[in-house]
Design a protein around this ligand. Sequence first.
Ligand code: AMP
Ligand code: MG
Length: 420
Amino acid sequence: MTQTPDILRIRPDDYDPEDMPVERARRFIVERLEPVADTERLPILQSLDRVLAADVISPMNVPGHDNSAMDGYVLRHADLATSGATTLEVVGTAYAGKPFARDIGAGQCVRIMTGAPIPAACDCVVMQENVIAAGGRATVGPGHRVGQNIRRAGEDLAQGGTALAAGRLLRPSDLGLLASLGIGEVEVRRKLRVAIFSTGDELVPVGQPLGDGQVHDSNRYSLHGLLARLGCEVLDLGLVRDDPAALEAALREAASRADAVITSGGVSVGEADFTRQVMARLGTVLFWKIAMKPGRPLAYGEIGGAQFFGLPGNPVSVMVTFYQFVRDALLRLQGRSSEPLPTFVVRCVAPLKKAPGRTEFQRGVLHLEGGEWVVAPTGEQGSGILSSMSRANCFIVLEQARGRVDAGESVSVQPFDGII
Ligand code: AMP
Ligand code: MG
């Protein structure tokens, strides 16, 4: 009997010890990228979900003056008896937006509304529920503190301080914050242009009937959704056949028009997988295999000035590699400050199959069980089963060295619903 040469030995699944660890690959991509340089100036109402290009320095204090946090009575704390009640003369009312001009003497107080400036010499607001008011007099009990119920000038935003830092994705609260500073326009980075296309002779566009063995092209649609959530301009170049010339033409066009090019399919070593060969002519490919499941192989490189991500063809692999690599890279290109996917440790309520050697991103459903957040797998975890991704609201991240998981063990989860 002849011995099987090493190269013909069947490996368990597609495990390869030389694969690039996920974290190293992620860092490698992000560290070599620079944000797009172009910026534009936008009215704040149009700046939601855009990336701030420069720090916003506060031109003023917010609030601009000490003011009352309550409806009540404003007084001089020194006038209050340390024990027992004190009765003060009410000499007027202070309203928001109207400074109270008169001086307040010993034994006097002013009725005050929320937001009204604190009159000079006063240092304490007593809420109206703690005051007995009758006949132009207010009776106040003991135990109040200097400064109570007073919002200090600049306590929200101090003049000269950094109100919002460059790299921030502008959120609804930020629009309000900018408005509170009287700032009507901001400088943001231009939107990223991302070109996408699918490769594969078996693929048929939506709207056309399927022939024998054909499948609808779904990857472009998932990618479209992911990119739209990230605020990118999507250039959809459609379907490209498994043909080196067609692939080369598509890659050239994509790279000439976009900051990043994302393709799916054709990056493994099958007979119809031409991406590697074409990329070697057009640009550089920096690595190919990642120690993860699903999602290997993955091509990452450059064509001209564009970043290239050749994602695997399987629909779940496309989404997992997007979340784990492409997302970080695009955030960096957008000039966004680094925002890793939030990761939590919860109990897994069912056993999980897993072999040591690769990081696995299984699909899970985070849910409440008896008041505790726990995770359950979505069932069949094949990389072609897109319904498992659709049912899931999180990844269950099983570390490279970890083996199978028993029900009740703790696992890391990354919720992805609503994150991009
Ligand atoms: P590949 O990486 O090209 O070998 O493709 C791996 C698997 O993913 C094959 O079963 C393909 O039919 C499938 N696939 C590739 N591209 C797409 C796509 N755009 N939409 C749906 N399935 C795809
Ligand atoms: Mg293919």
